[in-house]
Design a protein around this ligand. Structure first.
Ligand SMILES: Nc1ncnc2c1ncn2[C@@H]1O[C@H](COP(=O)(O)OP(=O)(O)OP(=O)(O)O)[C@@H](O)[C@H]1O
Ligand SMILES: [Mg+2]
Length: 592
């Protein structure tokens, strides 16, 4: 009754507004006419109610996929294709050979070609891979991979057709099967692929090649351009060979520095601390378990007998119940219980860091620094349920740092997530925030901004907490910030020792130069007093200076050694054994 009255009041107030407006316009409108007008309006609204597909949504909101800014968009396209090639090769144990070409077709009009030697795509899936948004092989799994959403290369197909009206060309072939070539677009209304010119080709081809055209984009050889993106990709993927031909026809090949394919990442089960009520409801639909108890113990990580008995005590329903019949309220009970139960920290051995040796090799080969220090921290956990790990390197001198016009170099932060460079949205990223929070002066880097330093950070996880669909910045999770900071402090200390040593060496050189400059004059003056010959006096003074400097150097070396030993001790306690046994679960304030 009450609600009906309320409804009447609302429509009555609408009518009054209608009457009022009509009055203001000088029209006279009766109550019946106002009722009719309202009815027509609401009918129109009902007719206008439409659905739109995810493709239409992203077509209107392409910036959400990171496609904004002319230079950025072109780099993002390269990023999407190259990350797919690397993922596909790694998953099938192939050492990646990736060719990238960019041709300028007109003003702000380019053609991109990316070819890999990967496993190819099965004919049934080519359409879904390149012509359907939110479709792929990586979404419903907790595994460390570069892609995770299913909107990367399909997003590129859509951008190409949106800006040029043209289809993307795909050639893909599998071992022992004929390769296929086709042209593809997406029907935005249905988010379904449209494939034309499908042909089998006789030439043997294993891998995938994609060629697509883009307008309103721009090629630049800048920090955010494709070349720098590929250079960084090569650093974080020393097992990959990447060749690039820019629009001017210049070629560069980043050769692989190791021949070992990274160990295949393992899929992990969700950890109870990281799931939500809704996820439980989704998971029960696909479980093979016959009871809620076996569903919890088989489909989740770290749910042994002890935690099951704890769970039994905390829920009001029988755990032998069919999991498919679980209600929302029962699922809520489970999640509430999960919060109170102490579980072992999530399994972390599914993470695959690049490794200190590999990072060191590739940075030495590409950045050629004077000094380099690398640290792989032990795995940790964020938001209670997602394992992650950070790898940090600090390179100093040589080609380290960002080149600027004129003299000198600036500090450069190379951010990576699961080995993928993140050249954009730096200001919004936890990895940048961690670097900014460090007091670099404490590590002898006096003017960090203007120092020849490259800070390399690789953040790896089975689920990267990106801040947006463009996948360019990592969210400020407390545990992530803390781990990156700790790693920066350890490597910063090492870099600080080197820099202080370098500075002392330079000071000694200066001193030597200065002393030597005045020795002849002092020798001349002393000759008058001591009657020792000028030559003899010069030799004696030089010997004195050398002895003094040697003494200083010995003192410096001793100090260096002391600091080095302390640092080795520190780093031994911070580097993990890779099996995650030492991983700690920290509860995030106010979360789950
Ligand atoms: N070069 C390739 N070789 C083999 N398979 C590929 C290749 N490129 C794309 N695929 C397949 O197409 C799917 C869709 O790719 P897409 O880039 O759209 O999404 P994704 O990589 O799964 O996730 P993300 O949106 O985060 O990039 C991939 O999951 C993969 O299965
Ligand atoms: Mg992808």
């Amino acid at each position: 009754m009450k609600s009906q009255k309320g409804l009447y009041n609302i429509s009555y107030s609408f009518l009054s507004i209608g009457e009022q407006l009509a009055k203001e316009e000088g029209k006279h409108i009766s109550h019946a006419e106002a009722t009719k007008a309202l009815e027509t309006e609401t009918k129109k609204m009902d007719q206008e109610f439409k659905e739109h597909s995810v493709a239409e949504f992203f077509k209107k909101n392409k910036q959400m996929l990171g496609f904004y800014g002319k230079v950025r968009t072109l780099t993002m396209v390269i990023h999407e294709y190259v990350t797919n090639s690397l993922d596909a090769c790694e998953e099938t144990g192939i050492l990646p050979n990736i060719d990238v070409k960019i041709d300028e077709l007109g003003k702000e009009y380019y053609e991109v070609m990316v070819k890999d030697n990967g496993p190819g795509i099965g004919q049934d899936n080519i359409g879904k891979a390149f012509g359907k948004l939110l479709a792929g092989t990586k979404f419903h799994r907790l595994i460390q991979s570069r892609g995770q959403q299913g909107i990367g290369c399909s997003g590129c197909t859509m951008l190409s057709q949106m800006t040029t009206g043209k289809a993307s060309k795909i050639i893909t072939g599998r071992k022992g099967k004929k390769a296929v070539s086709l042209e593809i677009t997406i029907d935005p209304k249905s988010n379904e692929p449209k494939m034309t010119n499908i042909k089998e080709i006789d030439k043997a081809f294993e891998g995938t090649a994609v060629q697509s055209k883009f307008k309103d984009v721009l090629y630049r050889d800048s920090e955010q351009g494709p070349l720098e993106y590929l250079r960084r990709t090569a650093i974080a993927n020393p097992h990959a060979q990447i060749s690039f031909r820019d629009p001017q026809g210049q070629k560069i090949t980043f050769k692989r520095t190791i021949n070992k394919i990274p160990e295949l990442p393992r899929e992990v089960k969700p950890h109870p601390k990281g799931v939500t009520v809704d996820e439980i409801i989704t998971l029960v639909k696909v479980t093979k378990a016959r009871t809620v108890q076996s569903f919890i113990s088989n489909d989740f990580d770290r749910t042994g007998a002890k935690s099951i008995s704890e769970l039994k005590k905390r829920v009001t329903f029988d755990l032998n119940k069919d999991p498919k019949k679980i209600t929302w309220e029962e699922s809520e009970e489970i999640i509430k219980a999960f919060k109170d139960i102490d579980f072992i920290a999530p399994t972390t051995d599914a993470l695959r860091p690049i490794g200190e040796d590999q990072i060191s090799k590739s940075l030495h080969s590409i950045v050629k620094p004077e000094f380099l220090t690398v640290l792989t921290r032990r795995p940790s956990v964020y938001a209670g349920g997602f394992p992650f790990q950070v790898e940090i390197a600090i390179a100093y001198g040589g080609d380290a740092g960002r080149k600027i016009t004129g003299e000198g170099r600036k500090m450069e932060i190379m951010r990576f997530a699961n080995r993928v460079p993140l050249p954009f949205d730096a200001g919004n990223c936890a990895l940048t925030h961690a670097v900014q929070s460090i007091e670099w002066k404490r590590y002898n880097i006096r003017d960090a901004e203007n120092s020849p330093v490259t800070v390399f950070i690789n953040f790896i996880s089975v689920h990267i907490p990106y801040t947006g669909a463009g996948k360019q910045s990592v969210a400020d999770e407390d545990e992530v910030l803390e781990e990156v900071r700790l790693a920066l402090m350890s490597t910063g200390r090492r870099a600080g020792i080197f820099i202080s040593h370098k500075r002392k060496e330079a000071e000694n050189q200066m001193k030597r130069k200065m002393f030597y400059k005045y020795i002849p004059e002092i020798a001349k003056a002393l000759k008058e007093i001591t009657k020792v010959s000028e030559d003899d006096m010069k030799k004696r003074l030089e010997k004195l200076v050398l002895e003094k400097l040697k003494l200083d150097e010995a003192k410096d070396a001793e100090e260096m050694k002391r600091m080095q030993d302390k640092m080795d001790k520190d780093s031994k306690s911070s580097v993990g054994d890779g099996n995650g046994k030492k991983a700690k679960t920290k509860k995030k304030k106010g979360k789950k």
